[in-house]
Design a protein around this ligand. Structure first.
Ligand code: ZN
Ligand code: ZN
Length: 324
């Protein structure tokens, strides 16, 4: 079957939400066009911005890096690889391709770890939590720490944006989770135009937020990306709310392919209205007296320092040991 766009090359992808069969070249051009449009529409970053891309080593970060190098100048791009320190899981070898790619295109490479930044590996922290009977899922803990490390790294190295590889399905899962938790503040915060609550935060943006997960997988596969067998052991051990929503979403996508796109468009529209009607000028977030990072209003310490103290760390190094 020939490509529905160029009618010249063999189609290799069936884009079910658009109903078109595409060759690899036209598929790639379609992705680039949609990513660039999203970047411009929401000013996710501008042509002179220095952007720091968080790289996990998986297919999503591969697709992000492979596309973004064609829409932004390589010398303005840095990649960040964070080794969580998960027993039996080798983050650095997972992300080896990214280091090679970054070096090939002249991007900066930053490698850091939980151990170097806050003094403990993720596995150590989880063992500490278990010993004290503190209920926190590894993914929650990991997420808080990773956000902290990325933000500090980006701020110290004068990046204008932190870029993550979340795709459309990831975003829709988050929207559904926020709705289930009735958390309007988080729903608003998820929007690309949400206010930045502290001058110490570097804005996080997601250029793949309108690219379906199936497209990411297909693109990675067709590009010859080597899918690693290894999955984070904590994800396998814990079927989270997100994982359950993810599998339901896939079922619904099978019935109506444009479903995730409709949800994100609804979210974009509704939150934009809220943002335009509400006076969201909030005072700058206060700073945590222990680590100096922004924390929510009304807290004594930031969530991370508080958590580390609960785990038995007497002097949290959440800010001081950050050799990033
Ligand atoms: Zn084509
Ligand atoms: Zn703190």
């Amino acid at each position: 079957m020939l490509c529905d766009v160029c009618s010249a090359r063999e189609a290799v992808v069936y884009q079910r939400h658009s109903g078109r069969a595409l060759c690899f070249k036209c598929f790639r051009e379609d992705l680039l066009r949609r990513v660039s449009a999203e970047v411009r529409y929401y000013r996710l970053f501008t042509p002179n911005d220095r952007i720091l891309i968080a790289v996990s080593g998986g297919k999503d970060s591969f697709v992000l890096l492979d596309l973004i190098k064609d829409i932004h100048r390589s010398e303005l791009i840095g990649i960040a690889i964070i080794d969580e320190g998960i027993e039996g899981y080798d983050r650095l070898s997972q992300a080896k391709w990214a280091i090679d790619m970054a070096e090939k295109f002249g991007m900066e490479v930053y490698i850091t770890s939980f151990k170097d930044s806050i003094g403990f590996t993720l596995t150590e922290l989880i063992e500490m939590a278990e010993k004290r009977g503190i209920r926190i899922t590894p993914c929650t803990l990991c997420g808080i720490i990773k956000r902290r490390i990325l933000n500090r790294l980006a701020r110290h190295e004068h990046f204008d944006r932190v870029i993550t590889a979340h795709n459309l399905n990831d975003e829709v899962q988050t929207i559904v989770m926020d709705i289930l938790r009735l958390d309007l503040a988080r729903l608003v915060q998820l929007h690309p135009l949400s206010p930045l609550l502290s001058s110490n935060f570097v804005r996080r943006v997601k250029p793949l937020r309108r690219i379906f997960e199936y497209e990411v997988t297909q693109y990675a596969f067709l590009s010859g990306f080597k899918f690693q067998e290894e999955d984070c052991p904590y994800i396998k051990a814990l079927p989270s709310l997100r994982a359950r929503i993810r599998s339901r979403m896939f079922e619904m996508e099978g019935i109506k392919p444009s479903y995730p796109l409709n949800i994100i468009e609804w979210h974009d529209r509704v939150v934009k209205k809220i943002l335009s009607r509400w006076d969201l000028k909030m005072p700058e977030l206060p700073l945590c007296p222990l680590c100096g990072e922004p924390m929510s209003y009304g807290r004594k310490y930031c969530a991370l320092c508080e958590l580390l103290m609960k785990l038995g760390v007497s002097a949290p190094q959440a800010g001081h040991k950050a050799k990033v």
